[in-house]
Design a protein around this ligand. Structure first.
Ligand SMILES: [Zn+2]
Length: 229
């Protein structure tokens, strides 16, 4: 759909059967490639604990007060504060804290988090990111999508996870790839998931009750890993 091949077939330049066959082959290839990439990203540590970025920059050499006077550092601090805001707000509310504890327990252990793909289309239609409320796209959708979208997504993944300012390409039509965990109905779009991990790791250094939750998740995860092998 919307591909060059499709246009060629529609205009009669190439036979539809040929296009179908090529599309099918491509789809299978893309599916394999895509799954491989996604699996390598989820299993090799792209979603493993990421150290909070705030500690980077002039640290050990320069004393703290110098840093505070540095406008660049101030700017960065403000930016990080803004990025943490949605999570801080949820953490502050009594009811929303319960939700946050739920997602910390279900989404923090990295290996169980998968890109959304197991739900049926119907189930998935109602799934918006639990933080930004944006519409998400499932892995299956991405695989089924036209070559252009699939290519853009594969290229966008690492950037989306690494660079907070990265804007998804327009072919995604505002949808973002989402992650899910087995014991939760919530989904996170990839950028919010990245922020969530950053927030949890950073904030647990300054918030005791969050630190307790994070450490209990870690212990449980470690135990299940030990039991597994
Ligand atoms: Zn989101």
């Amino acid at each position: 759909m919307g591909s060059l091949r499709g246009a060629l077939a529609a205009s009669g330049i190439v036979k539809q059967e040929v296009v179908d066959e090529l599309d099918e082959k491509d789809r299978e290839e893309r599916e394999k490639e895509f799954k491989k990439k996604v699996e390598s990203m989820t299993s090799t540590g792209r979603f493993q604990s990421r150290k909070p970025n705030i500690s980077r920059g002039p640290s050990s050499e320069s004393p703290k007060k110098d840093r505070r006077a540095d406008p660049e550092w101030q700017k960065r601090k403000e930016e990080l504060k803004k990025r943490s805001e949605p999570f801080d707000l949820l953490w502050r509310g009594e009811r929303s804290r319960k939700f946050m504890i739920h997602v910390l327990r279900t989404f923090l252990p990295p290996p169980i988090v998968k890109f959304v793909g197991d739900w049926s289309d119907k189930e998935f239609k109602s799934k918006n990111c639990c933080i930004c409320k944006n519409e998400s796209i499932s892995l299956e959708d991405a695989i089924k999508a036209s070559g252009e979208v699939a290519k853009a997504m594969v290229e966008a993944f690492p950037k989306m996870l690494d660079d907070p300012k990265y804007k998804m390409p327009d072919v995604m039509e505002g949808k973002k790839l989402a992650v899910q965990a087995p014991d939760s109905n919530a989904v996170f779009c990839a950028p919010c998931y990245r922020e969530f991990i950053r927030w949890a790791l950073f904030k647990s250094g300054v918030d005791n009750s969050l630190a307790r939750v994070v450490s209990s998740v870690r212990k449980k995860y470690q135990k299940s890993k030990d039991n597994a092998g």
